[in-house]
Design a protein around this ligand. Sequence first.
Ligand code: ATP
Ligand code: MG
Length: 427
Amino acid sequence: MNKIQAIRGMNDILPTETPVWQYLEATVQQLVQSYGYREIRFPVLEQTQLFKRSIGEVTDIVEKEMYSFDDRNGDNLSLRPEGTACCVRAADEHGLLYNQQQRLWYRGPMFRYERPQKGRYRQFHQIGIEAFGMAGPDIDVEIILLTARLWQALGLAPQVRLEINNIGTSADRKRYGDALIAFLRQHEEALDGDSRRRLDSNPLRILDSKVPTTQEILRDAPTLADYVSEETVAHFDAITGMLDAAGVAYEVNPRLVRGLDYYNNMVFEWITGSLGAQGTVCAGGRYDGLVEQLGGRSTPGVGCAMGVERLVLMLQEGGLVPGQSLQALDLFVAVGDGLMGQALVLAEQLRAQLPGLRVQCHCGGGKLSNQMKKAFNSGAPYALVLEADAAGVLAEVKLRQLGEEAGTEVLPLAELGARLQALFPNA
Ligand code: ATP
Ligand code: MG
């Protein structure tokens, strides 16, 4: 019979890899909490309309990347392709937004029907942070500082750079879009097919085109910077001023527009050169109109989302995961003949005494020499060897170091707990 395989672009994350994920997630969790952000969780499925109204009907995500279907009741639902719209939906539905300030974060799988390749999958994971109810540039800067601190904490800072841009208000972008269309119409024949199609639907997305001939034409196109209104320029200048004061390096990229319609004013991306074409590891910006667009009362918002797979790849390729977070066990217990029951009880006592100690009892019996092979392969730094004496009693235990300087201590049972406590002070 054929074996059933995973869906293309949807990855299993195996036990050899989960420690990297756990390390990343724990680091992020500690960091966002240190800024007072609180976690919110929302469903993986939402009404399709939520994404159409927020991300925009004529975006790549909504036009061709969503997993949408009618459920048994005939409601059109979609697997969430991103978290911001869901976060706004959930926060507003539960009254967290009106007249309040909120700092929230979320994590979890997102789904987009894209062409799978390194760093780009159909189920992928994001960690996002969102701040509501603050209109000033200070919160924008806080979010950028938070992400910068995260790269520091993970050792990724030397590999990422920050690009930011002011994309103005939606009215600014409309005026600019008209000017861009007028310019591009003169070169319509030379544009690639996608870009020609976008002339009518979403002209700003053409700026994002990777097609070289289109890029060539765009060089002489009008720039958005000449169309953004003064108030957004003041907001943006305040941001760059604070980033300068904080010593965060950035580059203003006038072509940075983002693929989601809800952004306005400041947008940013953290980009790496070490992942090929999938270079953006974190992207975000301000979305002051989104809450209202989804039916809530006007509430300013700003946030960003990072791609967990891309960060995991960078950590793995850079050898940046601390060794102890890759290690699954502290102590492997090899169990001599007739001691199975006692071994399990002893392991229980150790776990009660040292709740952080990771102890695994060998199960299934067999020769001690074979069990010791398993102990070496387990990655644990220590093995405990339980052997009964001639009278069939377990009086002493051997604590064997499994690393390169392998040594063995013989301990009375009663001293074992204290000895392990000394060896694993954090357990
Ligand atoms: P890209 O330009 O790489 O397609 P995007 O603009 O579509 O990214 P966002 O919607 O802003 O991305 O999502 C934020 C982050 O989530 C991205 O910067 C990236 O790190 C990650 N991401 C987006 N799509 C994928 C995917 N298909 N697979 C893995 N990570 C992804
Ligand atoms: Mg994309």
